[in-house]
Design a protein. Structure first.
Length: 105
């Protein structure tokens, strides 16, 4: 039943599917940290990157892969959206405080 509900949720959210946390996503998030902090500061947030655990990873297969990563920061969350091509090129898209990955779709 749970798997079916996740499947329905992935269809509703533009093809994003819940994924297990893998080492490559952890490396990507560390590499994106300076861009995310600069972006958050430019948007009026304090620009401090959360040091908490990654709670969720959602992926969408396109000409590469779109990722939405939800990071816990105390009682709040930060969602980061980025693209990674199959040849390794990575492009930061956006980040903002969120309650769910839907906030970045």
């Amino acid at each position: 039943m749970y798997a079916f509900l996740l499947y329905l949720l992935s269809i509703v959210h533009g093809g994003f599917r819940f994924e297990p946390l893998e080492e490559n996503v952890l490396v990507d998030v560390v590499n994106l940290k300076p861009k995310v902090e600069t972006f958050l500061t430019s948007q009026g947030y304090n620009g401090i990157f959360p040091e908490g655990p990654i709670e969720e990873v959602w992926g969408q297969l396109v000409n590469g892969k779109n990722y939405i990563v939800k990071i816990k920061d105390g009682y709040n969350y930060l969602c980061i959206r980025y693209f990674k091509s199959f040849d390794g090129y990575m492009d930061f898209e956006t980040a903002k405080p969120c309650t769910s990955m839907k906030d970045l779709i």
